[in-house]
Design a protein around this ligand. Structure first.
Ligand SMILES: Nc1ncnc2c1ncn2[C@@H]1O[C@H](COP(=O)(O)OP(=O)(O)OP(=O)(O)O)[C@@H](O)[C@H]1O
Length: 590
């Protein structure tokens, strides 16, 4: 196999595809040369067996299709590394990449979400560092990740592979309270692995102590880009370029991983591989879609104003579906966190939408029906983000309302359901969000809730290539249609009451969600075929019907925001100049 993985010409990175039928070592790798409470109490809970322990490898009841028959014990790696691996069998992606990586190949790897890519890159990188004839002076391994949470998770996973005395790891991310002290710590101690987000590392490289930062990476052996397609797309390009260009020019090994890799990314990746060839490894069969077969995916088409009540109905139903065995039809119907194993992630288009939804779901009259509500998004402090992520990770049952900060890579055990509200930014993002469930062979479910105007997303070419998705409601007279309608109706009543109070008590959260709607859907105008005028009309309706805005004029927007969104001169906006105090706050922030 190693021979087959030998490099091919620069214009044609080799492609190794592994099929699911046979364990990898028996397979012939294919190389291609191309690169209301009353109603609630009448519901009858459907008692299902408790979910399996997802923190363990898939049991015989789980889906083992992405496991190989190879064992970690049989790998030619250091004994102490072997002793720390808690898994027995390698997953397919691990079986396909660990040995080539140990042999020194530069790899670009695509494998489905939750199939163990983290170990696939950490293990060979660490082994190589351990085997270096003389342990290098600088840091031998640099791992870059698009989000702080993912960086922290990778560091933790690395720490499970070797004790602190053998493997010194540092996580370098933004959002900390003392960046100067962080830099001091970074420079004054030795590290074997630096796990970083590109922004903070770029700051280090371009700051006053850049020479010392450069020196720190002398002797770099392995560069890992996790979620490589996200790192290479527009948002991170400048910082990533800055970091990679400042790494020593000596030969290093590149290991790039993601669940979603387009042809374009294959081309861009070459630039980061010194323009030279890499081996492309994919564990997807021929034209297989990169979503797990065992995740039941469905969509619900409902008008924007019904999204929150429908969401509540779905959350309630998932609680009932995963109710603990002792919960019977005679127990109270509000299946809260102590009575169920329902663990749900709900994705919203923007951080402001998450804040708004959290306000509604956390209100006294609603939260009593649900497992504990948590929120995570970029507008929260890092300590609040870390706390929410930890609480959700450790919870048996909870609901995490999230923006895309937790869409990729994060490994929360036992997520029973992923709900996506509104169109995601891309088909790839749909896949990564969905991938927070059904990890390591476990079962899972995904539901996307769209306004009728958003339906074209489902039939877009990218989504057709990516996934097979069926309607949640198969017929209007079906049991699930009636059940959903009943719960939705009940919650509509509760939501109306909560919105009335919110408009009085917290109009700011409404105004912020309105502005985010404008900004986010401006970016989706092409798929929705919305003109700027239509966008503003839709946003104004959204403010009234979804957010509960009661004033005659729509929520105010600052002139600068209007300019940034390219909506100058569009009728229907309520443009308000900031007060002098708001203006000076804005200047200070800049
Ligand atoms: N060989 C293995 N056997 C059983 N479980 C494993 C194995 N390797 C990894 N896992 C577990 O599988 C889960 C998912 O792993 P990981 O987070 O690395 O997936 P991933 O492929 O990187 O997912 P994503 O694409 O979402 O980033 C983790 O809980 C991890 O501990």
């Amino acid at each position: 196999m190693l021979r087959l993985l030998a490099r091919t010409s620069a214009s044609s990175s080799s492609i190794l595809r592994i099929t699911n039928q046979m364990p990898p070592r028996f397979k012939k790798p294919k190389i291609q040369h191309s690169a209301s409470t009353a109603t609630l109490s009448t519901a009858t809970p459907t008692i299902e067996p408790a979910s399996p322990d997802f923190s363990r490898p898939a049991s015989s009841s789980g889906d083992r299709s992405h496991f190989s028959d190879r064992k970690f014990q049989d790998l030619a790696i250091s004994l102490k590394l072997k002793q720390n691996i808690k898994h027995e069998f390698l997953t397919e992606v691990q079986a396909a990449t660990i040995e080539p990586a140990l042999a020194g190949s530069d790899l670009l790897v695509q494998a489905k979400t939750g199939t163990g890519k983290t170990i696939a890159f950490l293990l060979p990188a660490i082994e190589k560092a351990l085997q270096s004839p003389k342990r290098v002076k600088g840091t031998p391994i640099l791992v870059l990740s698009p989000t702080r949470e993912l960086a922290q998770q990778i560091s933790k996973e690395a720490q499970t592979l070797l004790p602190q005395s053998d493997l010194r790891i540092i996580t370098v991310t933004g959002g900390t309270s003392s960046p100067v002290k962080d830099l001091e710590k970074f420079l004054t101690s030795r590290h074997d692995i630096v796990v970083a987000t590109p922004g903070r590392l770029h700051d280090y490289f371009t700051g006053s102590r850049s020479a010392e930062v450069h020196e720190k990476f002398n002797g770099l052996q392995t560069l890992v880009l996790d979620e490589v397609d996200r790192l290479l797309d527009g948002g991170f390009a400048r910082e990533l370029d800055g970091v990679v260009n400042m790494l020593p020019k000596t030969k290093r090994q590149n290991l790039f991983f993601s669940a979603t890799i387009s042809n374009n990314i294959k081309q861009v990746a070459k630039r980061y591989n010194d323009g030279s060839e890499y081996v492309f490894v994919s564990t997807l069969k021929g034209d297989e879609m990169n979503v797990h077969q065992h995740v039941h995916q469905s969509y619900i088409i409902a008008r924007f104003e019904n999204h929150i009540p429908t969401l509540l109905a779905l959350l309630h139903l998932d609680s009932i579906k995963h109710a603990l065995p002792q919960v019977t039809t005679t127990t109270p119907p509000n299946i809260n966190g102590s009575q169920t194993l329902s663990k749900v992630m709900v994705f919203f288009p923007t951080a402001r939408h998450v804040s708004f939804a959290t306000e509604v779901l956390s209100s006294e009259s609603i939260k009593k029906f649900l497992p504990p509500i948590l929120e995570i998004h970029s507008r929260k402090s890092q300590s609040a983000r870390t706390k929410a992520a930890e609480a959700f990770k450790n919870a048996k049952s909870a609901i995490l309302l999230s923006s895309d900060v937790a869409a990729r890579g994060i490994d929360f055990p036992g997520v029973t359901l992923v709900i996506q509200i509104g169109i995601p930014s891309s088909a790839e993002q749909y896949v990564h969000r969905l991938g927070r469930t059904a990890r390591a062979g476990a079962q899972g479910q995904g539901i996307i809730l769209l306004d009728p105007q958003e339906q074209p997303f489902l039939t877009s070419r990218e989504m057709q290539k990516t996934t097979t998705i069926t309607p949640y409601i198969t017929s209007p007279s079906s049991h699930e249609a009636k059940e959903l309608a009943t719960y939705t109706q009940t919650y509509t009543h509760h939501v109306q009451t909560v919105l009335g109070a919110l408009a009085t008590n917290n109009p700011t959260v409404i105004g912020a969600a309105y502005v985010s709607f404008l900004g986010y859907y401006k970016g989706q105008a092409r798929i929705l075929k919305w003109s700027s005028e239509r966008l503003v009309d839709e946003a104004n309706m959204y403010a009234k019907l979804v957010l509960g805005w009661t004033d005659a004029l729509p929520p105010p927007v600052m002139p600068k925001t209007v300019g940034m969104m390219g909506l100058k001169g569009v009728r229907g906006l309520h443009i308000v100049k900031p007060s002098p105090s708001e203006q000076s706050r804005g200047n200070r922030r800049r």
